[in-house]
Design a protein around this ligand. Structure first.
Ligand code: PMT
Length: 411
């Protein structure tokens, strides 16, 4: 019943484009209306070949917008968009995704999309080959990096007779994701967060390097969640992935990460080190490719700077959150790192398990403070884990002091 309160009185615009899944938009619109939302539907010309505008007018009790001049007003989009709480395109074809990514506004829906300042949600649905096409994937990445919410298609039988990822998810999933977006907390407004991600690469010679299995997914998930909760984000990463953050700095080695983190440290309130920083780097980097000669090749390694430990020494009022990638004796090792690096929190994950940690979309973590274990999560998506980490940070004494200080600075 909670969703009834969230949707009651909300102004939601649903864009419908020309795909077989357009029929599912009818059920979605009906659910939103039943929950108390005032829904307006904007249809492209192709969408009208699948569902009649009359269907949506009957479901919403509002006229369906089918062209720029159909609402007896010359610019209906401005008036509707001014009070919109959300604009969701369900289903979204490759065509409308391409138009939005490239700033094309040649019909009513694409014009609405460019003029929208409310949260925009895109639910792609199309043939699997179209969905996987480099151009479509590039456009989707671009939209994500601009803060547009993408509801991933689900896998299954597609209307074209093939099987794969490209189906519009069930209406219950679309409905829930829309509610989650409307409910998005903004509890990190005015807070500056520095996040690191990915495994560093330590060069051996011009073609080889030493690295680890970190994909950067955990760090990216934290950055995305903190951004959605209103924080200003600086991302220092070894993995390039377009994302909606305020600053994205790419580095390669532990030394480069050290220099950048130290350079930006003072401008931030919270530092979350999710990166897998190499503990050792090559003492000498060969300037030419090392030739295959002897049976054994000796490479001398030297310790890298411990970034977190150094931040812990100059800590002041900053909130420091480290990760502990462990394979055994997790609690003891995590507590040791928390204390030796002077951290507020440490997030321990068991990287010996293949289905979590490195490279996976999921993780299972235990979060510790100086008193010991605070929370042990079940296996969840890295996005959900990120929200739990952020919730835990918000409950620390250091964060409460920080927020009170920010409030009194504003008075
Ligand atoms: O990137 P994914 O594929 O999503 O995988 C996520 C992850 C497993 C990499 C992530 O969840 C994680 O555990 N990151 C920390 C990995 C690590 O380096 O752990 P550690 O126990 O070696 O280091 C402890 C902490 O010190 C870490 O916060 C690390 O960033 C930091 N550190 C380590 C070495 C160093 N020279 N400087 C550091 O600051």
């Amino acid at each position: 019943m909670e969703h009834l309160t969230i949707l009651k009185g909300k102004n939601i615009i649903i864009g419908v484009t020309g795909g077989i899944a357009a029929y599912k938009a009818c059920e979605l619109v009906s659910s939103l209306v039943k929950s108390g939302a005032d829904v307006r539907v904007v249809m492209t010309e192709a969408a009208q070949k699948f569902v009649s505008p009359i269907t949506f007018s009957a479901l919403t009790h509002n006229p369906t917008v089918t062209d720029m001049f159909s609402a007896n007003k010359s610019i209906p989009h401005i008036e509707l968009l001014e009070k919109a709480d959300m604009l969701a395109v369900v289903p979204a074809t490759a065509n409308i995704i391409g138009k939005l990514a490239n700033g094309i506004a040649d019909d009513c829906l694409s014009t609405f999309l460019l003029a929208a300042v409310c949260p925009v949600v895109i639910a792609p649905a199309m043939n699997i080959n179209m969905y996987q096409h480099a151009a479509v994937q590039h456009n989707i990445s671009l939209l994500k990096s601009r803060g547009i919410h993408i509801i991933e298609p689900s896998e299954g039988y597609l209307a074209c007779g093939t099987k794969g990822k490209g189906r519009l998810p069930d209406v219950s999933i679309l409905y829930k994701e829309m509610i989650d977006i409307l409910q998005q907390k903004k509890d990190l407004m005015g807070i500056r967060v520095l996040v690191t991600a990915g495994g560093t690469r330590e060069p051996i010679d011009p073609v080889r390097y030493i690295s680890n299995r970190s994909s950067g997914k955990m760090g990216y998930a934290i950055a995305e969640c903190a951004k959605a909760r209103g924080a200003e984000i600086t991302m220092i990463t070894t993995v390039h992935n377009p994302i909606n953050v305020d600053r994205l700095i790419q580095v390669e080695t532990a030394q480069e990460m050290y220099e950048k983190v130290l350079a930006y440290y003072y401008e931030h309130d919270i530092i979350i080190m999710a990166a897998a920083v190499a503990d050792y780097t090559c003492m000498e980097i060969s300037s030419s490719k090392i030739k295959k000669k002897d049976d054994i090749l000796d490479i001398k390694l030297i310790k890298t700077p411990d970034i977190l430990a150094e931040l812990g020494e100059i800590k002041k009022d900053k909130i420091l959150v480290g990760f502990a990638a462990e394979t055994d004796d997790i609690e003891c090792s995590a507590m040791k790192k928390l204390n030796s690096k002077n951290l507020d929190l440490i997030v321990a994950n068991d990287v010996s398990q293949k289905d979590i940690g490195f490279g996976s979309d999921n993780n299972q973590v235990s979060i510790f403070n100086h008193n010991g274990l605070i929370i042990k999560t079940p296996c969840l998506t890295k996005k959900k884990i990120s929200d739990i980490i952020l919730d835990t940070i918000l409950e620390t004494d250091s964060f409460i002091v920080l927020r009170n200080k920010k409030r009194s600075d504003m008075d």
